[in-house]
Ligand binder design. Structure first.
Ligand code: SAH
Length: 416
């Protein structure tokens, strides 16, 4: 009976993590086409994670699990303390629990869900990228970015707060196919479950030996195509791992209906929207999915998000030389935001990090062109901006690139 309870919990968790189809039929068809265009042998891999992980579960859920397995409720708190407090990586190591219960969990196929990095790549500026090999054999990446910022943003002049940002992947690959992005070029494999996202943050904390203060969903994948699991990971990272709600950023290229769904949860998170172009025609050229979610509709949803949540929306703009980086583009961008979103917009400029295979189509703008674009934007009232510093690591390993070379290396060594 106890074993049945474990299997039931595992099945429930797996159901919980199955992604709901996108609400807009055209958008779903777009994403499906991406998957269908992948190599035949890859297609079976389009499944959600086999979820039997304890990681991601709240104390309440762990208490329920303990009771279902015929154990006293306080075993839930013991499991919670073991996973998030003592940071145990294996069920057998949860010494707070009696051996017989640990065995029962193991026999039921439950595991904690912690995975140690298969590789860590360090940059002289302190950034580290970790590669995590998942049970299904896929490889994902997460990046730890240390840095200092002035004290608490809300109070303005509090004590200096040591910032440590975890940049997290939400999917294996990505279906959005943005032409300049390394992940987009790899195609889509599957959604990550909450445990796999929480593990990235805890693994980075272990590597850096410090607690994460910020989480940005800016790694591989499109978080709003995996909203349910992203929300579950957010809950756990906030309530169980202890990261403040205001220190989350969810970055999206835009998925129809998903921004409204996210807004309804009224998180304190910042929504970052990847625009990359000041008009529909150019945006469609860079972002194929933009065809089924026009700029007008996307910006209308951003405006509504701001109204419903009271949180500002930031806009990401990857600068591509000769394509979207002129002063005219900057002025058009400012006019677009003013007209469609209103005041108080923040733009994050990202000079393109060259990606293998895309160098014939795109180029990184010069520092001068980047500065001119930024100055033109700064002249506009109501717009604040940051220019993303290209970290040493990003120059060698832009979003998704490292995973690609890791997989290639592994294939070669297997083949030899
Ligand atoms: N799918 C999400 C997260 C993507 S990664 C989104 O589209 O927002 C976070 C940001 O980095 C996005 O704005 C993405 O377009 C941008 N980006 C991806 N590859 C890049 C590259 N090689 N150089 C500069 N920016 C890049």
């Amino acid at each position: 009976m106890a074993l049945r309870a474990v299997s039931a919990a595992a099945a429930a968790a797996a159901t919980r993590c199955r992604d709901s189809p996108s609400s807009l039929a055209a958008f779903s068809r777009f994403a499906r086409r991406t998957v269908a265009s992948r190599a035949e042998e890859d297609r079976d891999a389009v499944v959600d994670a086999p979820t039997t992980s304890l990681l991601g579960m709240s104390e309440e859920a762990l208490t329920r699990l303990a009771r279902e397995m015929g154990e006293p409720g306080y075993r839930g708190k013991q499991m919670h303390d073991s996973i998030y407090g003592m940071r145990k990586a294996r069920v057998v190591d949860m010494a707070l629990l009696p051996g017989a219960f640990r065995e029962k969990l193991v026999r039921g196929g439950m595991e904690i869900g912690r995975v140690a990095p298969a590789d860590v790549v360090s940059s002289p500026d302190g950034t580290k990228k970790i590669l995590l090999e998942l049970r299904c054999g896929s490889v994902i990446e997460a990046v730890g970015i240390p840095g200092d910022v002035p004290g608490d943003a809300a109070s303005g002049d509090g004590p200096r707060r040591r910032r440590f940002t975890a940049c997290v992947s939400s999917q294996v690959g990505c279906a959005m196919r943005c032409s300049f992005c390394a992940t987009g070029r790899q195609g889509f494999k599957r959604n990550l479950d909450a445990a796999e996202m929480v593990n990235q943050v805890m693994a980075l904390e272990d590597v850096f030996q410090r607690r994460a203060t910020n989480v940005v969903m800016m790694g591989m994948g499109e978080p709003l195509m995996n909203l349910r699991n992203v929300l579950e990971a957010h809950r756990c990272l906030n309530a169980d791992v202890g990261i403040g709600g205001r220190y989350f950023t969810i970055s999206t290229v835009g998925v129809p209906n998903a921004i409204a769904k996210l807004a309804a949860h009224k998180l304190q998170a910042t929504l970052a929207v990847s625009l990359h172009a000041p008009n529909q025609a150019l945006r469609e050229r860079l972002i194929p999915s933009a065809k089924v979610y026009p700029l007008d509709a996307l910006l209308r949803d951003c405006r509504a998000y701001k109204k419903v949540t009271g949180r500002r929306v930031t806009f990401e703009y990857t600068l591509l030389a000769g394509e979207n980086d002129s002063v005219e583009h900057a002025e058009a961008l400012a006019a677009l935001l003013r007209r469609n979103v209103g005041g108080g917009c923040h733009v994050n400029l990202l000079p393109w990090n060259p990606v293998r295979g895309a160098e014939e189509t795109h180029a990184r703008p010069s520092a001068k062109a980047t500065r001119r674009f930024a100055e033109a934007l700064e002249r506009e009232r109501g717009i604040t901006l940051t220019v993303r510093k290209t970290r040493g690591l990003e120059a060698d390993a832009a979003c998704g690139q490292l995973t690609g070379s890791f997989v290639r290396k592994r294939r070669v060594s297997v083949g030899v």
